[in-house]
Design a protein around this ligand. Structure first.
Ligand SMILES: NC(=O)c1ccc[n+]([C@@H]2O[C@H](COP(=O)([O-])OP(=O)(O)OC[C@H]3O[C@@H](n4cnc5c(N)ncnc54)[C@H](OP(=O)(O)O)[C@@H]3O)[C@@H](O)[C@H]2O)c1
Length: 396
């Protein structure tokens, strides 16, 4: 029986993780759950899984949850704030930690899990983009493990020779082919994208995901963050990662070897596959995902990404090449821009413009400590807010 903590249990990845865990009551025990402010959904999860610990970042929401947990006589301690999230990440009964908080807010608890020697199931790519080397060092120093949950990186992990050492590229790899669905605006003109609404941007054709990552998929910033993630996780240079648009999301990514062999991982676009892989690894366990029907799919299509219409991918590649604080600043500016777009304060194409301006003003430095990463994150957020103007609005 393995103990499992979930950071971000109320979100899309959190729910899929609980769906897989629910299928294996004799294999996984849910020990600790954490979220931001959704006390209603967390209470439901506490009723079903009866974890030892639950935490909410919001103190008010944590107070409400604690009142309900007491009233129902559940065996769950409730904590609040940053301390609560770290307690979930380092719960002594959990060897497995799903890191699925969205954004750089996940950095501290994910790092705490890595320092605690856990197997970190990494969905929260932003924490790696912000503080990649620190996170990899923490895993290696503590003797922990890192298994990627992003379907692309999980696919690459599966296509590489085992064991995969985080941050180290095995011999014989020529390049990584990172597949991209192209998002909901793959075939839209630049002029149409200017008027794209948040509702249109979050309506992803293949994947059902949280709002922030859905917008990132629509701008292709998600692929850019994944490019940075791939370089860090697999110890490979940005020039060895090629992005290929594959609208069907059946091939989740590929590894090309020096002899010309290309290995791919295929499956239905359902996050329960990488989640089950990472939970069970090296064993294979049931995920609830249906078999892939290749005959019904018929043909697989591929195209090159259009960097003119999707400049975020170019910006992310430039940040990957610059290294140091550049990826953390890119990520921070993106988080501010996406929030402004979702609030109706910035139009769709304005997001890339804000991020570009912030990066142009940034002087890249080395990231030697968590303080350096947090300072870069704060600088990027501040610079992006300035770019949006005093009222936070920049509709042009
Ligand atoms: N969804 C996917 O298919 C997918 C695929 C690959 C990678 N990922 C990555 O997985 C992560 C989560 O994505 P998602 O789609 O599951 O997002 P989501 O549905 O928006 O869920 C986000 C989760 O994070 C929690 N959260 C947000 N801010 C927090 C804070 N400050 N402190 C503590 N918890 C906080 C939310 O809690 P509340 O509910 O209380 O707000 C929720 O549980 C992202 O990094 C994303 O890039 C997602």
């Amino acid at each position: 029986m393995k103990g499992l903590s979930i950071l971000g249990s109320t979100g899309s990845i959190g729910l899929s993780t609980l769906d897989v865990a629910r299928r294996h009551p004799d294999r996984f025990r849910v020990m600790a759950l954490a979220a931001d402010s959704n006390d209603g959904r967390l209470l439901e999860q506490c009723r079903e899984f009866r974890p030892d610990l639950a935490a909410l970042a919001s103190p008010d929401a944590a107070r409400r949850l604690e009142g309900e947990v007491r009233r129902l006589g559940l065996p769950t301690r409730v904590l609040a704030g940053e301390e609560g999230l770290e307690a979930v990440a380092t719960h002594p009964g959990s060897g497995l930690v799903m890191a699925a908080i969205v954004g750089a807010a996940g950095l501290r608890p994910t790092l705490a899990a890595a320092r605690g020697g856990k197997r970190v199931l990494l969905a929260n790519k932003e924490s790696l983009v912000c503080a990649g080397r620190l996170l990899l060092e923490a895993v290696s120093d503590s003797g922990g493990e890192l298994v990627p949950i992003d379907s692309e990186h999980n696919a690459i992990f599966q296509c590489l020779p085992q064991p995969v050492r985080p941050g180290h590229c095995p011999a014989g790899i020529r390049r990584i082919l990172l597949t991209a669905s192209g998002g909901p605006f793959r075939t839209w003109s630049q002029a149409a994208m200017v008027r794209a609404t948040p509702e249109q941007a979050v309506a992803h054709p293949n994947w059902s995901m949280g709002r922030k990552i859905s917008v990132d998929s629509a701008t292709l910033m998600n692929k850019g963050l994944e490019l940075i993630e791939a370089c860090l996780l697999f110890g490979i240079a940005p020039g060895q990662v090629d992005v290929v648009v594959h609208a069907q999301s059946v091939i989740h990514s590929m590894v090309e070897y020096t002899d010309g062999s290309v290995l791919a991982q295929l499956g239905n676009p359902d996050m329960r596959t990488p989640i089950a892989h990472a939970l069970g690894w090296p064993e294979r366990i049931e995920s609830g995902v249906e078999s892939l029907d290749l005959v019904a799919i018929g043909q697989l299509g591929f195209e090159a990404p259009d960097l003119e219409r999707f400049p975020c991918l170019r910006l992310a590649r430039e940040a990957a090449e610059a290294g140091g604080t550049a990826p953390a600043v890119l990520n921070a500016a993106n988080e501010v821009a996406v929030a402004a777009f979702l609030d109706g304060r910035l139009n769709f194409t304005g997001m890339a413009r804000v991020i570009d301006s912030v990066l142009q003003r940034h002087e890249v430095q080395q990231v030697m400590s968590l303080a350096d990463a947090l300072a870069a994150d704060a600088w990027g957020r501040d610079a992006a807010r300035r770019e949006l103007g005093p009222s936070g609005a920049n509709p042009a």
